[in-house]
Design a binder for this molecule. Structure first.
Ligand code: COA
Ligand code: ZN
Length: 298
């Protein structure tokens, strides 16, 4: 059995870090993740630089990592302008973000959900051939402002989004980390049942309350086979108050390897990378495996 891991630290992990990480250093983190066996990496975003100053150099990061063999670099985009800028910079894999919750969508991208879905539809219609598309449904479980999301409402919004194009990958995002395993299982199972191929599903979790791995496991049990995670457990949406880091990639890899599930990742190399990430000025790291594998003091 195999699980696909998508490394999101260079986007979700770096975005809340205040001190600017030099572009060369970002590129070197991505090269190290690639060397550890990670092939799908979210390398940045094309958003208003006033909203996320840390990622204002994503075009250059793309350029500096373009030579990595077999790298599938994806970038987050929140609007049509982001799509245009990403394509101009040579991006081939876009992650369009829409929140399931009205309040978070407004805080995050300053639009109502309806407007975001309409704009997404226009983007889908105008996308050049050969560009891969993923849709991130943020706050699919829980909203920092409105609390637990109603599953019927979430499914309904997903249906309307997928009506524009069913053959996309969808990230079910627990933006706040307040989802619990039963909740993750329930939504993941409902999604897989209602929409099998050609829609593909990814679980994107945060470890805010220590349920990161339990939620990965719940999604796995429901049949999801691809997972976002961030080395060093970095991460957090600046527009989701209280949310902390993504589930640490090294924790997810450790668990899957113990279960006999292949990930293609070199855990030792990944743990070294996670240690480097945790030492970044302004970083707030998480996860357990890094400390466990480095003598309890990592
Ligand atoms: N990339 C870069 N710049 C962008 C942009 C994009 N995708 N979209 C808009 N801008 C620029 C505009 O050109 C404009 O620039 P100016 O002030 O120099 O004229 C400015 O941003 C404001 O444009 P506007 O259309 O009014 O956007 P807004 O202020 O309503 O912001 C978003 C909307 C979506 C661009 C902004 O909320 C955003 O970037 N959100 C992303 C948040 C995020 O990354 N969250 C974490 C990941 S989930
Ligand atoms: Zn996230």
């Amino acid at each position: 059995m195999k699980a696909a891991l998508i490394e999101v630290a260079p986007r979700d992990g770096f975005q809340p870090i205040g001190p600017f990480i030099p572009t060369e250093e970002k590129a070197s983190f991505i090269a190290a993740a690639h060397a550890a066996g990670l092939r799908r990496i979210e390398v940045g975003s094309f958003v208003n630089p006033a909203a996320i100053p840390q990622l204002r150099d994503t075009a250059e990061v793309l350029r500096q990592t373009a030579h990595l063999d077999g790298l599938d670099a994806q970038v987050l985009v929140p609007n049509a302008r982001g799509v245009a800028l990403a394509l101009e910079a040579g991006a081939r894999h876009l992650v369009y973000v829409i929140s399931a919750s009205e309040a978070h969508n407004r805080a995050n991208v300053r639009r109502d959900v309806e407007t975001s879905i309409r704009e997404y539809g226009d983007v889908v219609a105008g996308l050049p051939p050969g560009i891969r598309l993923r849709l991130n449904l943020a706050t699919a479980f829980d909203c920092p402002f409105d609390g637990r999301m109603d599953q019927a409402l979430v499914l309904d919004r997903l249906e309307r989004i997928l009506a524009h194009r069913p053959d996309v990958e969808v990230g079910l995002c627990d933006t706040t980390g307040r989802a619990d395993p039963e909740h993750v299982f329930s939504l993941a199972a409902a999604c897989l049942e209602r929409r099998g191929a050609p829609t593909r599903w990814v679980f994107h979790g945060h470890d805010t309350y220590g349920l990161g791995l339990a939620n990965v496991m719940a999604a796995w049990r429901a049949g999801i086979r691809a997972f976002d995670a961030a080395f060093g457990g970095l991460g957090g949406c600046p527009f989701a108050p209280g949310a902390t880091g993504n589930t640490a990639t090294e924790d997810v890899v450790w668990m899957f390897h113990r279960m006999g599930v292949e990930t293609g990742v070199d855990l030792e190399a990944l743990v070294r990378l996670a240690g480097r990430a945790a030492a970044l000025p302004g970083a707030s790291a998480g996860g357990r495996v890094r400390a466990a594998m480095t003598g309890g003091c990592g």
